[in-house]
Structures are given as structure tokens and as C-alpha cells.
Write a protein that binds this ligand. Structure first.
Ligand code: NAD
Ligand code: AHE
Ligand code: ZN
Ligand code: ZN
Length: 380
């Protein structure tokens, strides 16, 4: 049902990042009505992802300030702009930072989940139609972030960035299907395509690494080796399918050598879920000669570069990366929600904390502690 806010500016609360690393500030933000091809969403729940912290830190070359961060959320469509056909007010939705237009060269290629339709605009914090922001504070424009900006009670996104989901699904849980959980599952299922019986090494046992473990378990991997410098992660990781643990700090040898020794020459698949280029190298080099494949999932800062001896690739190791786990967002996020509703994938188990938008700075502090996987903020 349409709300009486349709066509009007909505003033609501949002957490604004005015400058890198400065505490987020809860502001009264004006959110303009959606223009053609746009959707205004009442965000009910948003989680925090490490990529929000990364951009907030000032290290993201696409980080523009002031902005409204946030990209792992769920809400209800408040109103739609002209020409929007696939969602309507009242629909339950998950905003998708990786769009899916089904028409561009990328979408039609059948080779990637990346979409080119709105990426140039979302990378510079504006909407595609007029290259303007829909957010302002006292008349000053505030940049969008990742085409989602979910740390706001209302946001405006492109219609190609909205997945309509089962209205029965609990939005305080399925908001996680906007980023971290699909990324880990898809890294295994879509990007690496892990086969039954494989040996898998997962570097970093945060939400993304644990979702990789869950994906590897369901793919039938036999050895799932979790590597983390925080021993507190090991207990929780067992519940997600990790069946062996290695703490690099317990060894004098380079971690890639430890893993090669443990696995008779190296693992079949490895996943870097941290964002450190030195670990990305180790993840590649712990792979088995001839076929081992390493997938980069972690996001590393501007200026960071990966390196290895080309001989590592000449001798058959494969280096790959994944964005949103290779999932086609508008098509497959609803499918992931259905899998959650059918109890085929975990989601609740990644949520360690629940807070409100007003507590967002405390939530970010918590995120840097080992005990926190995902913190879900309620916005209303
Ligand atoms: N590619 C994508 O589409 C995508 C999507 C979501 C998140 N990410 C990125 O994935 C990464 C992981 O996200 P997360 O939310 O799980 O993060 P997280 O911080 O919760 O988890 C990282 C884990 O790595 C461990 N760690 C840190 N340094 C280590 C080291 N040297 N060796 C071993 N373990 C180490 C930490 O103890 C922690 O458990 C981030 O870089 C995030 O930006 C990428
Ligand atoms: N602006 C960043 C890009 C960081 C990045 O790689 N983002 C991932 C998603 S992380 C979600 O938590 C991604 O999907 N990238 C593909 C894309 O952005 O199109 C930088 O430049 O470092
Ligand atoms: Zn994310
Ligand atoms: Zn497209």
C-alpha cells in the first residue's frame, strides 16, 4: 500500500560519515522522491560489514565524503519512480550493491554477475538519471555509497539494484543476505565450484570465511581447514563446518608451508577472507601444484598490490576473485531467501548482536572485537 509520503521529500534519521574515521553522526536527512527508474525504500534493518569500515577509514579510492554508508539491509518499498515495473510500494526487498539489469554486456555475457548499467554512478555516489544525490542535510548534498546507503531510515536506489523477497521472511535476519553470507557461499559454489572430497583452506573466520565454510560443507568438501590469528574463532567455526584449525602464530614456518605439509602438497581450494595482500599470497601458494585454485574475497586498501612468483601459476595454480560470490543479485537473492526459509542455509547463526541506528558507533567498535560476527541495527 502506498504511504502518503509518495512524491514528497522525507526527513528521517541517518548516520552520516562527514569525514573519514570521524564518528558517524545521526542527522535529520532529507531524502528526495525517487526519479524515473528509482525506488525509495524504508530500511527496517541493516547489518554492518567490514567493507563499510574500510570505506569509512578513508582507504577506499571510491570513498567520498560526506556519505551515508551501509549495504547489507532489508526493508519495504515506500514509493517508486516512473517506469519502475518489478517492485511496488509494500514489497519486501533487499537492496543489492551489485546490480543486475539483465540487458547490459555483462549481464548478457553469462560469464559474470557484475552489471555495468549503474556502476559508474554508484562508484561516485550519485544516481544515474541526473548524476545527483537524493540525500541532503540542510541543503548540502550527501553522497550515496555502493548504490545502497542503508544506514538511513529511507534510501533511494536504482530499480536494477532491488531484489523482491518473500514477504514472510524475517527482515531482521535476511538483511544478511545483502552481502556477507552470499559472498562466502557463492565464492565456493559459483566461483571455485568446489567438488565433493576436496581439501579447502579458509583464511579468516569472520562472517565471510564462516559462510565459505558452510558452502564448502554443503559442497561435500572433506577437509575444511580454518586459519585465523584469533583462537576465539575456532570454537564458533566448528558450527559452520570447519574441521581443522591452524593459528599462524603457533608456527615458525610460513603459513603456506604449514598447509602444504599438512595436506600432502597443498589444498585443492583456498579462500582469502581478510583483505591482506600478504595473506592472499600465502593463500595462493598453499594450493596444490597442477590444479589448486585460490579465490580472493577480502577487500584490500588502495595502493595495495598482490604478488607471487609467476612460476606458481605456470605450475597450474589458479588465482581468482569474487564479488558478491558470483550471485546474480535480483535473480538469486530471492532464491537465497527461500533457501533460508527452507532451513537449507544458516543466517541467524551469524548474528551475534542487535542494536539500534542510534548505537551505530558502538556497533562499529564491537565489529573490531573477535566476538562479533554480524551486528544488526534496527532503524525504526
Ligand atoms: N568480495 C566481496 O564481494 C566481499 C563481500 C563482503 C566482504 N568482503 C570482504 O571480506 C573480508 C572479510 O569480511 P568479514 O566481515 O568476514 O571480516 P572479519 O573482520 O569479520 O573477519 C576477518 C577474520 O580474519 C582474521 N584475521 C585477520 N588477520 C589475519 C591473518 N593475518 N591471518 C589469519 N586470520 C586473520 C580475523 O581474526 C577475523 O576473524 C573483508 O575484507 C571484507 O571487506 C568482500
Ligand atoms: N571501492 C572499493 C571496491 C571494494 C570491492 O571490491 N567491493 C566488493 C564488494 S565488498 C562488499 O562488502 C565488490 O563487489 N566489488 C565489485 C564492484 O565494486 O563492482 C575499492 O575500490 O577498493
Ligand atoms: Zn559487505
Ligand atoms: Zn547489467
Amino acid at each position: 500500500m502506498a504511504e502518503d509520503t509518495q512524491g514528497k521529500v522525507i526527513t528521517c534519521k541517518a548516520a552520516v560519515a562527514w569525514e573519514p574515521n570521524k564518528p558517524l553522526s545521526i542527522e535529520d536527512v532529507e531524502v528526495a522522491p525517487p526519479q524515473p527508474g528509482e525506488v525509495r525504500i524504508k530500511i527496517l534493518y541493516t547489518a554492518l560489514c567490514h567493507t563499510d569500515a574500510y570505506t569509512w577509514s578513508g582507504q577506499d579510492p571510491e570513498g567520498l565524503f560526506p556519505c551515508i554508508l551501509g549495504h547489507e539491509a532489508a526493508g519495504i518499498v515506500e514509493s517508486v519512480g516512473e517506469g519502475v515495473r518489478e517492485v511496488q510500494p509494500g514489497d519486501h526487498v533487499i537492496p543489492c550493491y551489485q546490480a543486475e539489469c539483465r540487458e547490459c554486456k555483462f549481464c548478457k555475457s553469462g560469464k559474470t554477475n557484475l552489471c555495468g548499467k549503474v556502476r559508474a554512478a554508484t562508484g561516485v555516489g550519485v544516481m544515474m538519471t541526473d548524476r545527483q544525490s537524493r540525500f541532503s542535510v540542510n541543503g548540502k548534498p550527501i553522497f550515496h555509497f555502493m548504490g545502497t546507503s542503508t544506514f538511513s531510515q529511507y534510501t533511494v536506489v536504482h530499480d536494477v539494484s532491488v531484489a523482491k523477497v518473500d514477504p514472510q521472511a524475517p527482515l531482521d535476519k535476511v538483511c544478511l543476505l545483502g552481502c556477507g553470507v552470499p559472498t562466502g557461499l557463492g565464492a565456493v559454489w559459483n566461483t571455485a565450484k568446489v567438488e565433493p572430497g576436496s581439501n579447502v583452506a579458509i583464511f579468516g573466520l569472520g562472517t565471510v570465511g564462516l559462510a565459505v565454510a558452510e558452502g564448502a560443507k554443503t559442497a561435500g568438501a572433506s577437509r575444511i581447514i580454518g586459519i585465523d590469528i584469533d583462537p576465539k574463532k575456532f570454537d564458533v567455526a566448528k558450527n559452520f563446518g570447519v574441521n581443522e584449525f591452524v593459528n599462524p602464530n603457533d608456527h615458525d614456518k610460513p603459513i603456506q608451508q604449514v598447509l602444504v605439509d599438512l595436506t600432502d602438497g597443498g589444498v585443492d581450494y583456498s579462500f582469502e577472507c581478510i583483505g591482506k595482500v600478504s595473506v592472499m599470497r600465502a593463500a595462493l601458494e598453499c594450493c596444490h601444484k597442477g590444479w589448486g585454485t585460490s579465490v580472493i574475497v577480502g577487500v584490500a586498501a588502495s595502493g595495495q598490490e598482490i604478488s607471487t612468483r609467476p612460476f606458481q601459476l605456470v605450475t597450474g595454480r589458479v588465482w581468482k576473485g569474487t564479488a558478491f560470490g558470483g550471485f546474480k543479485s535480483r535473480t538469486q537473492v530471492p532464491w537465497l531467501v527461500d533457501k533460508y526459509m527452507n532451513k537449507e542455509i544458516k543466517v541467524d547463526e551469524y548474528i551475534t548482536h542487535n542494536m539500534t541506528l542510534l548505537e551505530i558507533n558502538e556497533a562499529f567498535d564491537l565489529m573490531h572485537e573477535g566476538g562479533c560476527l554480524r551486528c544488526v541495527l534496527s532503524l525504526h
